[in-house]
Ligand binder design. Structure first.
Ligand code: TYD
Ligand code: MG
Length: 492
């Protein structure tokens, strides 16, 4: 392979593709011109005077329109859900921080990225400061093949990582993890804020000068930020969060910051015995074990980033009575659930038992933080109190106000489309979403899937009246009296 010397100064070195002679100011793993991998090597140092317009000392401004975007073309990692989140792949010289709680699968994900790129015949490198190479090799065997082009380096020393990059010039470098590497020039221990910051600064400089894309792992604890990942977000190009419930198999990858594309893009994976598997359609995984027709269950299409995801929320009435205790919650904000119990008690005819002990949960390992889930949670609570199940093919979304009013939430059409795709044929949505100002029933302004029955509700009481009259009914479009079928959408 072509190896590169460390450039003396960024602007004095350019890189040349040995296959097609395309040039680039940055090293790139794959030639944007001819598509060949690893053909870029440093070429002769250009003298300043040989370049027109740069004879004078000091920095010169350039015409922005002439700046090439070649180096910003993303290189696919081969892990489809990650490429989707990154908008195509990693960009040469970019620094991406992947953070998440310990044990969620960060090392597994990045190992899969490394082996996927290495399988294409390109050298990639893992700097493992946290696990020994024997442990890494163990994980590798579990996941599958270990390509010859995957190089690995053990130990916490930042200088050694830099030297190895200079020597092998990999197409991709993974550092696992930020909290375990250290710059020996600093007295502070690995993992301290000063160390983490210094290491990220040095690694970022290295990525920019060599053009090697860098993926950094950072741990955060469940209950907040630790010295590290969040404190260095401003230093890196891209920040990805990897989350999920360790006891469930679903993992959600979200871009929090992305200099090369949109943020809020979401990738979904399933953790299996042989590594992470992309889940392009999470519906069956999320609702596969759902028991329709049981009181206390409701389904809400939530938005993760821009991606709709169907989540079942459940409520249970415990044996405890007396004392106004808050609901016990799992995957749902406790204060929010408390508020919904109060709204149900004060704004509807449902008789909530005095001091009732409620349990409220989002099922499937996804935390539901969106106010859009209010209506579904309140319906689940009402359903368990009245012991009447909701119709099995209904989804509901909308924020609840203290007056019991159902308020508009973003992304209605995306939510409806996902619900319909998963087989739900009826939806309760905020009346204002259906038609601003004209109230329930007039559905003319909302694009819903053809055949889906959508009803705008103004209040929780109205939603309850509708669902109560239909509890247990098997439906198709149009079987719920008074539910208008919407016109077919022009597009979704
Ligand atoms: P890991 O990637 O080491 O997590 P992190 O780097 O975020 O701390 O993975 C942690 C868990 O994933 C571990 O408890 C075992 C589990 N796992 C699987 O279930 N299947 C697999 O194929 C692998 C490699 C790990
Ligand atoms: Mg790890």
């Amino acid at each position: 392979m072509v190896t590169a010397q460390r450039p003396r100064a960024r602007s004095e070195v350019f890189y040349l593709c040995t296959a097609c002679e395309a040039t680039s100011l940055r090293w790139v793993g794959r030639c944007p011109s001819c598509g060949a991998w690893n053909t870029f090597g440093p070429s002769s140092v250009r003298s300043r005077s040989a370049r027109p317009g740069t004879a004078a000392a000091g920095a010169a401004a350039v015409t922005l329109a002439d700046v090439s975007t070649e180096a910003a073309q993303p290189l696919p990692t081969g892990v489809s859900e990650l490429d989707r989140v990154l908008g195509g792949g990693v960009v040469g010289g970019s620094v991406t921080l992947l953070f998440g709680p310990p044990g969620i699968g960060k090392s597994t994900l990045l190992f899969q990225v490394l082996s996927s790129v290495a399988a294409a015949g390109v050298d990639v490198m893992l700097a493992s400061a946290e696990e020994s190479l024997v442990q890494v090799r163990g994980r590798a065997s579990r996941i599958g093949l270990v390509p010859r082009h995957l190089l690995a380096l053990e130990g916490p020393d930042l200088e050694e990582i830099e030297a190895a990059v200079e020597r092998h010039h990999p197409a991709l470098l993974v550092v696992d993890s930020l909290q375990s590497i250290s710059d020996s020039e600093l007295a502070q221990p690995a993992g301290s804020l000063a160390q983490v910051r210094a290491c990220v600064e040095r690694l970022t400089r290295m990525a920019k000068s060599t053009g090697v894309p860098l993926l950094l792992v950072g741990h955060v604890t469940k209950d907040g930020d630790l010295a590290g990942p969040r404190a260095v977000e401003h230093l890196v190009d891209t920040v990805l969060s990897f989350d999920g419930d360790r006891h469930h198999t679903l993992r959600v990858l979200t871009s929090v910051k992305h200099r090369f594309g949109p943020t809020g893009e979401v990738g979904i994976f399933e953790m299996r015995d042989d590594g992470l598997r992309a889940v392009p359609d999470p519906g069956p995984l999320m609702l596969g074990d759902r028991m329709a027709g049981v009181p206390g269950s409701a389904v809400v299409p939530v938005l993760q980033g821009r991606r709709p995801l169907l989540v079942e929320v459940q409520a249970l009435l415990g044996p405890g009575t007396g004392g106004a205790s808050r609901p016990h919650t799992l995957g749902i904000d406790a204060a929010r659930a408390n508020l919904l119990v109060a709204i149900l008690a004060c704004r509807t005819v449902v008789e909530v038992p005095e001091g009732a002990e409620f349990f409220v949960a989002a099922v499937g390992g996804i935390s539901v933080t969106e106010p859009a889930a209010d209506l579904a949670v309140a319906l689940a609570l009402a359903s368990v109190v009245t012991d009447r199940p909701l119709p099995p093919d209904v989804v509901a979304f909308g924020e609840l106000g203290l007056a019991g009013e159902v308020r508009m939430v973003p992304g209605a059409e995306r939510r409806l489309a996902e619900a319909y795709r998963a087989g739900f044929t009826r939806a309760l949505v905020p009346a204002s979403t259906v038609s601003a100002g004209t109230g329930a029933g007039d559905a003319a302004s909302l694009f819903a899937p053809a055949g889906m029955v959508v009803h705008g509700v103004r209040t929780l009481a109205e939603a309850l009246a509708l669902t109560a009259s239909q509890a247990g009914a098997q439906t198709g479009p149009g079987t719920m009296p008074g539910w208008p079928t919407l016109p077919a959408p022009a597009s979704l």
